[in-house]
Write a protein of this length. Structure first.
Lengths: 243, 232
């Protein structure tokens, strides 16, 4: 299996407080790798490190680009453009839905993206609202736009930070179907952060549980839910409070 | 009341007949103000945007200076420029005192802190995660910064409007460094002071009405531009 990310002895410290401490982690091409855990466990921090948006305080986080492994400091803009991340809160530009989805293509200098933008909008069922301003959209619609503007880039890796948090079941279903489709039909590697263990079970090929910045379980989905090695994982999947 | 009515009538007459002296003074007013505002915009907008996101030592101190500059009495700015450009001053050799250049320098010093301060606040008000979200979509740092600045466009225009208002209506600084020389550095505000001192209240008031009219037209233009940008 080809590694897409490898993490070695990565620590992230904010104001002398260690929020993440991962001795070793490898994410492989074609996986739907899901990070679960309680709030404040370091899931989003790990995702930002993988997206090369931040550097670890110590240790290394490598993205294995086709041309060779790179880190936050050595990655070129072309390396970074193989990754796309969707944030928990859809930070949209105060311009039309169409313009938001076009943004990533425009910064790449692409001038012939109309068909791709239209297709991406259709995939998230937002084509009829292409001319709307995000202020006129519901939370679910905004999140679908945020997903569309990542999908339109046809990234090698899609990183999703709680993409369905606070959404109604219809919007959750639309976004989950897109994640599955993107992985199955396009081979896109997905790294998903969620606090919803049911969603992890539906989507993931591998699940890792983060507690207080440390990965306490990292297993294929069936093992994670049916035969976990760590008692905290057993408690977590049973719905017990572990924090 | 009689004076006000006469002043309005005279203002209308001066405008309709395109009185050459009034046209010259109004033209100079707009010229000085627009050059000063353009320089303040070129310097102040990037500086405000940078200050909003920069993590450098002394940032808070610098911000405090900017806020102080926003409330600085224009006549103090005028005095500083006067001392700099006076014959014995460090920049006296330039020979700019009592010229339009000196007036522009004084107005730039008055307007720039306003443009910087309001731009900084506007950029800070943009969703903090937007910069990283745009980077995560493949934008370079510069592309993401420009997009964030564009998101703050309405606030940036408010800063320009505030800067414009502060200098077109300003009298102390331009009087000090320009000297209110007829046919050379006289602008609407200094002309109003002069005519008031001469007892020509109706002409002074007429010039005041023209000044208000010019200010209104310029602000209307910026407000229309702001509305258009908002709906892009």
């Amino acid at each position: 299996m080809t590694a897409v990310f490898s993490v070695q002895n990565a620590r992230k410290t904010y104001n002398r407080r260690t929020v993440l401490d991962v001795p070793e982690l490898t994410i492989h091409a074609g996986e739907v790798f899901t990070l679960v855990g309680p709030s404040g466990a370091g899931k989003s921090t790990l995702l930002r490190l993988l997206a090369l948006l931040e550097t670890p305080s110590t240790g290394t986080v490598r993205y294995h680009a086709p041309a060779g492994p790179v880190t936050h400091d050595s990655a070129t803009i072309e390396d970074r453009r193989q990754l796309a991340m969707v944030f928990q809160r859809p930070a949209l530009l105060s311009r039309s839905v169409y313009h938001n989805v076009a943004y990533g293509l425009r910064v790449r200098g692409s001038r012939n993206g109309h068909q791709r933008i239209t297709t991406a909008l259709e995939r998230v069922a937002m084509q009829p609202l292409a001319g709307q301003n995000p202020q006129q959209l519901s939370g679910g619609e905004m999140q679908r736009v945020a997903v569309a503007r990542a999908l339109v880039l046809e990234p090698r890796v899609l990183l999703l930070d709680e993409p369905t948090a606070n959404l109604d079941p219809t919007n959750v279903r639309i976004i989950e179907d897109l994640i599955t489709e993107q992985n199955r039909d396009f081979g896109t590697t997905i790294v998903l952060v969620t606090h919803n263990i049911f969603q992890a079970r539906r989507l993931a090929t591998r699940v890792a549980l983060l507690i207080e910045g440390r990965i306490v379980e990292n297993s294929p989905t069936e093992v994670f839910f049916d035969d976990p090695t760590d008692p905290r994982t057993r408690a977590f999947v049973s719905g017990d409070l572990i924090y | 009341m009689q004076t006000i009515i006469e002043a309005i009538a005279q203002a209308i007459q001066l405008i309709l007949t395109l009185d050459p002296v009034v046209v010259e003074i109004a033209g100079r007013t707009l010229l000085v103000t627009s050059i000063a505002l353009s320089i303040s915009m070129v310097v102040g907008v990037p500086a405000g945007a940078w200050l909003a996101v920069a993590r450098v030592p002394g940032k808070k101190l610098f911000t405090a200076f900017i806020y102080t500059g926003m409330g600085m009495p224009p006549v103090v700015a005028g005095l500083a420029v006067y001392l700099l450009l006076s014959r014995a001053g460090p920049l006296g050799d330039l020979g700019w005192l009592f010229t339009i250049r000196a007036m522009v320098v004084a107005q730039v010093i008055i307007a720039t802190p306003l443009v910087v301060g309001v731009t900084m606040s506007a950029v800070l008000a943009v969703e903090p995660a937007l910069f990283f979200q745009l980077r995560a979509l493949g934008a370079t740092r510069l592309q993401a910064r420009l997009a964030v600045l564009y998101e703050a466009r309405v606030g940036v225009i408010v800063g320009l409007v505030a800067g414009f208002g502060s200098i077109i209506s300003e009298v102390g600084a331009v009087m000090l460094v320009g000297g209110n020389i007829d046919g050379s550095t006289r602008v609407l505000t200094t002309a109003i002071v002069l005519e008031t001192r001469k007892g020509n209240f109706d002409l002074a008031l007429a010039l005041g009405i023209i000044l208000l009219g010019l200010s209104f037209m310029a602000n209307l233009g910026m407000a229309l531009g702001q509305g258009r940008l908002q709906h892009l």
